[in-house]
Design a protein around this ligand. Sequence first.
Ligand SMILES: C[S@@+](CC[C@H](N)C(=O)[O-])C[C@H]1O[C@@H](n2cnc3c(N)ncnc32)[C@H](O)[C@@H]1O
Length: 209
Amino acid sequence: MSLRLIERSPTEVAGYYDTRYTEGSDHWTLGHDPMTREDIALIREHLRTGNALDVGCGKGRYARLLARSYRTVGIDISEVALRKARERANGTPNMFLLRADATQLPFSNETFDLVFDRGCLHHMHPEDHAAYAGEVQRILKRGGLYRLFAFTENYAPQGHFSTNTVHGHYNYFFSSHYIERLFGGFEVISSRKNSVHTVWHLLMRRPAI
Ligand SMILES: C[S@@+](CC[C@H](N)C(=O)[O-])C[C@H]1O[C@@H](n2cnc3c(N)ncnc32)[C@H](O)[C@@H]1O
């Protein structure tokens, strides 16, 4: 696998992730993440039923969990990831998978009660962050929930707003100010970091009016 920094175009990003999933170097799906399961339990306290979107769903491990409670759509830019997600779905009801770019989502305004992101935004090019945030706000219903799992600025020695590359893809390390700017007006329901303070676990709400 090439360690060359990937370009920002959707074609190159998709090709990069297709390769990672094909060769089995999608290391992010190997670890168990108890805090994400806790986040899903917390989401259930705030939302009983409705439509959920898993952005950058990969092989669908969290989309399958969400589908136990919500009519869930998982999108990913990688067709190979989605193929593996379909294999694993094994007839899971309430779950739909489709290829889409998080900066241009094929959904009508205010479609979802929940947008769930476990590790997509922090791998996107910083110049795409505003488009992503605009799409999240557009497709979320008023009062809808947004859950973000993203690297903190404690992770990277470069500090705030820095980008870094590992394995050739982008990693972005988020400060709370940067997240506030991206999702201005969202109410923070829960803000936690993992035990070593390298990952945000945020649950936010789009204002009801
Ligand atoms: C670190 S993986 C996380 C996968 C999954 N959420 C999980 O926890 O197993 C990031 C995922 O985001 C997807 N991705 C990256 N850029 C994307 C984009 N612009 N639009 C949609 N998906 C994207 C990748 O293909 C990859 O599956």
